[in-house]
Write a protein that binds this ligand. Structure first.
Ligand code: AGP
Length: 607
């Protein structure tokens, strides 16, 4: 996740861009830069490291331009160097970007065939060259950008300026946030309203697929069908900008929709897309010598650990035991001196998880923590931390932290599998390439939100709901039930689909909706037979599956929610989205306090 900003102003813009970037540093800070149109020519100043390094560089320049773009970077493609820092320039085009272009290597090969050799390792520079080539072939800036956007796969937010265009800035978003700021005779672009707060409180939030053309006098937006659209101008009070809802009604909604962005940011922490490799910090034990791994956490984090178990056992052939921290801390589990335990916690302050960590340490174990707050107590008491890069999660119901925990655990499982010689380098690259598609696939999954909201309103009328899943989707059933019950206050229970006939099927009648989580994988047919068992007893079924599963068995369901077809390895991150949306929209329909549900707290720091 990076921070981008653009100002089409009436006064010198360079230091105003820096002021915005300071507010975006939470999004990443391994390099920064600005580009302006100085006397009609593109002028760029960049610096590796903290923003203050850029400020020092700028102090040596006399920049009077009133149009510019800026960027603070968290490296995704290419190391955190000045050469890879944004803005990137190609001919008449300067661009800043937040996101991941999946098909950048094919596009880079095309550029080379057309005689263009990129200077940096970044996917962003490839986009600048493609736009510039369109310009050299006679296209207008608007035509050039629209043509190139059609060719990009992945998630992005762009701000683009052009040599020779003193009164034009173009922005585009797909999966990464982008907002338009309305000033007095000036216009801006920013990753969020926080970045634009120094200049305006009048914000227009762009939607996925939007392209916006700014002049100082106004703006024009085309949607993903390239139709002219009007998006509302909203007033964001400066005080609320510290934790801005980003135009959403609830933090939970914003955080659900941030997932393409923060999943990409978390992947960038552990996946080398250029090489197709996983890069995790050095572990405190020899992973190849491990004979077991203990995972412990609470709530949603515990369910993430259960998903991790499937990956670690199936990929790395490593026996894994996952336990609820409040039980584990008193179970007196026998743990071997020098062994490895892993704890998972969004807040890093959950008392039971902290106590479990301390028990592991007392048994001589090394501890790795998957945390979202790197300065938290659990992070400080662990030997190694694997950060989720979800950003602040305000909604009590955990959403983006969960999918980011899954990304970290998936990367960790691949790394452990490689260390143990359980998978080849080729299989590692296949899995990395599968993960690389996540931002785009999550965007596609979110496109079904309106249908999911209608299904949620049906479920909101039930007294009890059953969630079913098999294999790696069983923890997703548990997570879906937790999401639903904790914000709608309706009793919901997750069950292994195969367990139904061992008791729970006695609950089934026409009043009991059943949510079945079943991608068309090797266990699909077995889950379908479970679905038939409950359908025969009158249950209304909500089937969450992919297009193939829907075409085969969707007709048997009361409702079918489709998720894009994907490599089974990454299905947990995708199937988390519909169950989050079901819970959210049911709660909204019922009028409960979505962000602060009754009896709960964001971090349970007491036993
Ligand atoms: C999840 O939606 C809940 N808010 C809760 O189960 C949470 O996951 C649990 O309390 C663990 O919190 P942590 O990740 O901060 O340790």
């Amino acid at each position: 996740m990076c921070g981008i900003v653009g100002i089409l102003g009436r006064e010198p813009v360079a230091m105003r861009l820096v002021e915005s970037l300071k507010r975006l540093e939470y999004r990443g800070y391994d390099s920064a830069g600005v580009a302006v149109l100085e006397h009609g020519r593109l002028k760029r100043v960049r610096a590796a490291g903290k923003l203050r390094n850029l400020v020092e560089r700028l102090a040596r320049e006399e920049l009077t331009s009133t149009i510019g773009i800026g960027h603070t970077r968290w490296a995704t493609h290419g190391g955190p160097s000045e050469a890879n820092a944004h803005p990137h320039i190609a001919g008449r085009v300067a661009i800043v970007h937040n996101g991941i272009i999946e098909n950048f290597s094919e596009l880079r090969d095309e550029l080379r065939r057309r005689g263009v050799e990129p200077e940096s390792d970044t996917d962003t520079e490839i986009v600048a060259h493609l736009i510039n080539l369109e310009l050299t072939e006679g296209g207008t800036p608007k035509e050039a950008v629209l043509n190139v956007l059609e060719r990009l796969h992945g998630a992005f937010a762009f701000a683009i300026i052009f040599e020779g265009e003193e009164n034009l800035m173009i922005g585009a978003r797909r999966g990464s946030p982008l907002a338009v700021g309305h000033g007095e005779g000036e216009m801006m672009l920013g990753s969020d309203a926080i970045a634009l707060a120094p200049f305006t409180s009048r914000i227009t939030y762009l939607e996925d697929g939007d392209v916006v053309f700014l002049t100082r006098e106004g703006f024009e937006i085309l949607d993903e069908e390239r139709r002219h659209v009007i998006r509302p101008i909203q007033f964001t009070q400066a005080a609320s900008l510290l934790v801005d809802k980003g135009g959403y009604r609830h933090f939970m909604a914003k955080e659900i929709h941030e997932q393409p962005d923060v999943i990409g940011h978390t992947m960038a922490e552990y996946l080398d897309f250029a090489e197709g490799r996983v890069r995790i910090p050095d572990m405190p034990v020899d992973l190849a010598a491990l004979d077991r791994l203990t995972i412990t956490a609470c709530g949603t984090a515990f369910y993430a650990g259960l998903v991790g178990k499937y990956w670690l056992e199936q990929l790395a052939r490593l026996p894994v035991e996952v336990d609820i921290a409040s039980e584990f801390r008193y179970r007196e589990a026998p743990l071997s001196e020098g062994g490895l335990s892993l704890v998972i916690s969004q807040s890093g302050e959950t008392a039971d998880t902290l106590a479990a960590l301390r028990y592991c340490k007392s048994m001589g174990q090394k501890v790795v923590a998957v945390v979202n707050v790197p300065e938290s107590t659990i992070a400080r008491e662990s030997d190694v931390i694997l950060r989720t890069m979800a950003g602040p999660e305000i909604g009590v119901a955990s959403t983006k932290a969960f999918t980011c925990q899954l990304v970290v655990l998936a990367a960790f499982a691949i790394a452990v599998a490689r260390a143990r010689g359980a998978i080849s380098a080729e299989r590692e690259t296949e899995l990395v390439r599968a993960m690389q598609q996540l931002p785009r696939l999550v965007v596609k999954t979110l496109e079904h939100e309106n249908q999911v909201a209608e299904v949620a309103q049906e479920l909101a009328r039930a007294q009890d709901i059953l969630y079913l899943g098999r294999g790696i989707n069983f923890p997703l059933a548990l997570e879906g039930a937790l999401k639903f019950k904790e914000i709608s206050y309706i009793h919901a229970e997750g069950y292994a689909a195969g367990e139904l006939k061992h008791g729970p099927i006695a609950l089934i009648d026409e009043h009991m909706p059943v949510v079945v989580i079943a991608p068309r994988d090797r266990l699909f047919d077995k889950t379908v037979s479970n679905m038939e068992e409950v359908r025969a007893r009158g249950a209304r079924i909500v089937l969450i599956t992919d297009e193939e599963g829907a075409s085969e068995h969707g007709a048997k369901a009361f409702e079918t929610i489709t998720v894009p077809a994907a490599e089974p390895f990454i299905s947990p991150m995708l199937y988390a989205i519909p169950v989050q949306l079901l819970a959210y929209h049911a709660a909204v329909f019922l009028g409960t306090d979505v962000d602060q549900p009754r009896n709960l707290a964001k971090s349970v720091t007491v036993e």
